[in-house]
Design a protein around this ligand. Structure first.
Ligand SMILES: *Cc1c(COP(=O)(O)O)cnc(C)c1O
Length: 712
């Protein structure tokens, strides 16, 4: 690649200074851990979390598995004891060796990956759900595959909302405030030792942002942060909360992420060959990329064309309401000066962002803007590719739907992040050294045929038991906090059983996800829970703070509460996040997903479950429509219906209960003389072998590199 000759420090020295500062506080033998703490690579090393936990187990929990805080706050006595523990010191040194050297400068010529949210670890705020999880998994996998990439995002001081449900099931939202000093990141400074600043005009305000660098293995992530004294309260609020409820604040966020993100890369001297916009939030990058080309001598038309030639776009949202739009007057008011700097009239920007440019009534849509200003676009599963071509065909009025230039790269999950320890150990033993780099090869997974049923079953039992221990404790605590009656609290602790068939349903509460199907036919659902074959159900999920309809849906699920069978067999766990998501997908035997087709773009939680030996019972939509083969789980009706949704929901709820009661529960309980569920384990094996390679992030990132970036 022609660009790759220049490199930029881009905060590497700042991160190294943080490492040195932390190292000075540690006894000599533990100093390698300072370096480890400032690179998230530790979080997907099997020995990373246990090594930090061993220093001070209860503090490790109290600081939310944040190693920077652990090492800064731990008592000297604990540090001295750890430094005297030879085995622990050896593990620390080995970990550092695997983190591979000091923070690196960044080469130009790679991929700049823009996203409004990154879910990297439970200790880092700033993600809402699946989009952020995908973005985090892509950075990690790019690191593993040594694909040159830099992430670009926003640092939200308050992150996304936390959830607490009350005794009536109503969701209350609360926010915590992040302390960047206590997180594994460094403020990026320039040659003068002062913070590197970029600014973006929004309305009559100049929003100034500083940059933080987070190392995700070999991939640095730059986060823009408007918490600067130059900004007034409104300016600072720009990066307070992920997807702020106010549309104008969101537009300012998009300007900062897109245009500000490109400015940030320039400010630190990174010139990417490919700009990847993950979802439409970063679409305003086009303005600034065109500006760069104009400075290099291109005329306005040519500038846009050149910007487009390096941009690719991934769309995620098959629900129209999920695609933000802005009326022309608001674009002119808020983005007028930014447009002027780019040499593009606001009217022209609006035209680029309309399905029909001449339709004066149509607002600017960020998805249309991103589609028009990128050279290639993709959906996130095969079916979602089809749906997107239909949804956006108006942007290409003279093409047939099949020729709409939106392809697909099906999502995958970063296996080292999502595998439970027992399953990881089994796969390490079975697949051999370095298998994760071969995770996308079906031949790797064939070796599962050599694993005895006993071993596979032992892994499943161990992971379920871990989850049930956590669910008992958290379930009881959540009930106490809600002010539930003591008998009801005790039921959560007493009754959940580590040997009982465990169903999981955890996802963002959005109407199309249809959590209500679980309780639509109350009597039948209760009969299943208390039936001949015992079943327990763990539920988690948050509604967006402003989504009252979703909050009412969630409350509907709580209405089951009065029945004693429910007290013992159904537990709702508050505040779904990546830690809870990992625990649930590792431990549940069955992962339920019942979206209204065709509105599930992909879904990734079911992939996490499959990789851990869980079985999917899911509507044939999103990823499952291409994954299900009749022998690796259960598929529910995925056809699209435009008529009476209530009738369809009722039918789908019934079909789900038919499968659960008629097939799933009996098969789980059918045991042979050794007590093994042979048929069940055959399905688990099929699911691992078929889904493991295809829905790994290894396959996904290689697809992106080859088909979208042109780097493969
Ligand atoms: C994996 C994950 C998601 C995405 O799962 P879906 O299948 O898209 O619902 C969302 N939130 C968390 C916390 C996750 O871990």
């Amino acid at each position: 690649m022609t660009h790759a000759t220049t490199t930029s420090d881009a905060g590497a020295a700042d991160l190294a200074a943080e490492v040195a500062d932390l190292a000075e506080r540690l006894p000599g033998p533990l100093r390698p851990l300072a370096r480890v703490a400032y690179d998230l690579r530790w979080s997907w090393d099997p020995d990373g979390p246990p090594t930090f936990a061993a220093i001070a187990p209860s503090l490790w929990e109290a600081v939310g598995h944040n190693p920077v805080r652990l090492l800064r706050e731990v008592r000297l006595a604990n540090l001295r004891a750890a430094a005297a523990d030879e085995a622990l010191v050896g593990r620390a040194a080995a970990l550092e060796a695997r983190v591979e050297g000091p923070p690196r400068p960044v080469a130009s010529g790679g991929v700049a990956y823009f996203c409004a949210e990154f879910a990297l670890h439970r200790s880092l705020p700033g993600y809402g759900g699946g989009l952020g999880v995908l973005a985090g998994d892509i950075l990690k996998e790019a690191s593993d595959l040594a694909l040159p990439m830099v992430g670009v995002g926003l640092l939200y001081r308050q992150g996304a909302a936390h959830q607490r449900t009350d005794a009536s099931g109503w969701q209350h939202d609360w926010w915590s405030t992040a302390q960047p000093d206590a997180l594994p990141m460094a403020l990026v400074t320039g040659g003068d030792g002062k913070p590197v600043l970029v600014s973006v005009p929004v309305g009559d305000r100049e929003v100034v942002a500083q940059l933080w660098r987070v190392d995700v293995g070999r991939v640095p992530l730059l986060l823009l942060d408007a918490d600067r004294p130059e900004n007034d309260a409104i300016g600072r609020w720009t990066t307070a909360r992920l997807y702020d409820g106010d549309p104008e604040t969101r537009l300012a966020q998009y300007a900062l992420l897109g245009a500000g993100g490109v400015r940030a890369l320039r400010a630190v001297g990174i010139d990417p060959a490919v700009v990847h916009l993950n979802e439409g939030h970063a679409a305003l990058a086009a303005l600034e990329l065109a500006c760069v080309e104009r400075e290099a001598g291109a005329d306005p038309q040519e500038a846009l064309a050149r910007a487009r030639a390096k941009t690719i776009f991934t769309t995620h949202t098959p629900v129209p309401a999920g695609n933000d739009t802005y009326p022309p007057h608001q674009v002119a008011e808020q983005l007028g000066r930014l447009c002027e700097q780019a040499g593009i009239a606001p009217e022209q920007l609006v035209r680029l962002g309309r399905t029909t440019p001449d339709d004066e009534q149509e607002p600017l849509g960020v998805t249309q803007l991103a589609l028009r200003t990128s050279r290639a676009a993709n959906g996130v599963a095969e079916r979602h590719g089809h749906v997107s071509r239909g949804m956006w065909r108006g942007v290409w009025p003279d093409r047939e739907e099949a020729d709409v230039p939106i392809g697909h790269v099906t999502n995958g999950v970063h296996l080292p992040t999502w595998l439970g320890r027992p399953m990881r150990a089994l796969l390490d033993r079975t697949f051999g050294e370095g298998w994760t780099a071969r995770a996308d090869d079906p031949a790797t997974w064939q070796a599962l045929d050599d694993v005895p049923d006993e071993e596979l079953w032992a892994v499943r039992n161990a992971q379920r038991a871990q989850l049930i221990a956590l669910a008992r404790e958290r379930g009881a605590r959540d009930r106490l906090v809600r002010g539930d009656q003591r008998a009801y609290v005790a039921a959560a602790e007493r009754s959940l059983d580590p040997d009982v068939l465990t169903l999981g349903f955890a996802r963002r509460i959005a109407t199309y996800k249809r959590i209500g199907l679980l309780v639509a036919d109350r009597e039948r659902a209760l009969a299943l829970l208390g039936g001949e074959h015992p079943v327990q159900l763990l539920i988690a999920g948050k509604a967006h703070p402003r989504d009252e309809e979703a909050k009412r849906t969630l409350q509907g699920v709580f209405e089951l509460k009065q029945d004693p069978r429910v007290a013992e067999r159904v537990v709702f766990l508050d505040d779904y996040d990546v830690a809870l998501g990992a625990a649930l997908t590792q431990g549940c035997d069955v992962w339920l997903n019942v979206p209204r087709p065709p509105l599930e773009a992909s879904g990734t939680s079911g992939m996490k479950s499959a990789a851990n030996g869980g079985l999917n019972v899911s509507v044939l939509d999103g990823w499952w429509a291409e994954a299900f083969d009749g022998s690796n789980g259960w598929g529910l009706d995925g056809s699209v219906e435009h008529g009476d949704q209530g009738a369809r929901d009722w039918r789908d709820a019934g079909a789900m209960l038919d499968v659960l009661g008629g097939e799933v529960a009996p098969m789980f309980h059918r045991r042979d003389a050794q007590g093994l569920p042979r048929e069940w384990l055959q399905l688990v094996r099929n699911s691992l072998k078929t889904n493991g390679p295809r829905f790994s992030a290894t396959r996904m990132v290689r697809d992106y590199a080859r088909d979208m970036y042109g780097l493969g």
